[in-house]
Design a protein. Structure first.
Length: 323
């Protein structure tokens, strides 16, 4: 297994496995991680923000174990990270900020890498039935000499249909810059997200069910001459989010499936992959005061070309103060 570029793939999988998607309907989880991986992004629509509440400030930490099995060879690694998050929810305008860092180590390859991600969202609600939002996301990682920088500005909208149904969508153009040694290339691709959700909230109980999808254009990166293709990726995502709340206690479940193709010409990697994420969350979330979230993370990535299987398991614990 190659060393260069290996963590780029792993880090992306780790980030994709620690956040609930939110494309159409309000969420119950007060400390979910809305950030992205390097190229595997859990769909988030900034226009949903005005219906989230209450305002809060918090953060959390996670601990991860991973195992890579390729025939008779088994490789293990560990990861840890932290996040800070602020959500200011107003009657008309809302603002959210998130900053996260993850570090992962693969002892068998003597490799350690750090990945940073930031997300800023601004949204406004126009009456009771429509909201529009803007977001800016940026990430950068240095993976043993392979440097990848991604930026994704998005615009989104949410239409509330009656009291309980929500229809949402978002659109953006992602820019990806990839540097391997002295070779640098940059390309853009369109990212679209769509979701249909149900959100029902009573005096003491609440229910959130959402189906979502994300599609991306084919990404093709050429070197600075424009003549030599160095990297290609493509993906398609579908998923389901389910949350229920009884009093101040809530439970969450999400399963996401992604089909992904990666062609790294410089490293001679040509892979079709399938990823399945499963998240199970329990939390304590009063409208004011201290909130607590614990999420179990389970991810399995199967590389269909080589037969390699990557399994990621871990735990995220978050605290926030609601006001």
């Amino acid at each position: 297994m190659r060393k260069t570029g290996f963590l780029t793939f792993i880090l992306a999988m780790l980030y994709s496995g620690i956040t609930l998607a939110q494309v159409a309907a309000p969420k119950l989880n007060p400390i979910e991680l809305n950030g992205s991986g390097i190229f595997l992004i859990h769909p988030v629509n900034p226009a949903v923000l005005p219906w989230n509440g209450p305002s809060s400030f918090g953060g959390g930490a996670y601990d991860l174990d991973l195992e890579i099995v390729n025939g008779p060879v088994t490789i293990t690694g560990t990861g840890d990270g932290s996040v800070i998050q602020a959500n200011l929810i107003g009657e008309t305008f809302s603002l959210a900020f998130e900053s996260s860092t993850i570090t992962i180590e693969i002892p068998d390859f003597n490799v350690s890498s750090e990945f940073k991600d930031t997300l800023v969202s601004l949204a406004g609600r126009m009456g009771e039935y429509f909201a529009i939002g803007l977001s800016q996301q940026s990430s950068e990682d240095d993976d043993d000499g392979v440097i990848t920088v991604r930026t994704l500005p998005m615009i989104g909208g949410v239409l509330r249909l009656g009291e309980s149904f929500y229809l949402g969508g978002a659109y953006g153009t992602q820019t990806v810059e990839r540097t391997v040694g002295v070779v640098t290339g940059e390309a853009e691709r369109v990212v679209t997200r769509a979701g249909l959700g149900i959100f029902i909230k009573g005096k003491d109980n609440a229910f959130h069910l959402e189906l979502y999808t994300e599609s991306t254009d084919l990404l093709e990166i050429f070197d600075e001459t424009g003549n030599n293709k160095i990297y290609v990726e493509d993906s398609a995502t579908t998923g389901l989010t389910l949350e229920v709340q009884f009093g101040n206690i809530f439970f969450g479940y999400e399963q996401m499936t992604r089909e992904f193709t990666e062609v790294d010409v410089l490293a001679s990697v040509f892979e079709d992959q399938e990823e399945v994420d499963t998240l199970i969350t329990i939390g304590y979330a009063p409208m004011e005061g201290l909130q607590l979230v614990v999420t179990s993370i389970s991810t399995e990535i199967t590389k269909l070309t080589s037969g390699e299987v990557i399994t990621i398991n871990g735990l995220f614990v978050g605290l926030a103060m609601a006001f």
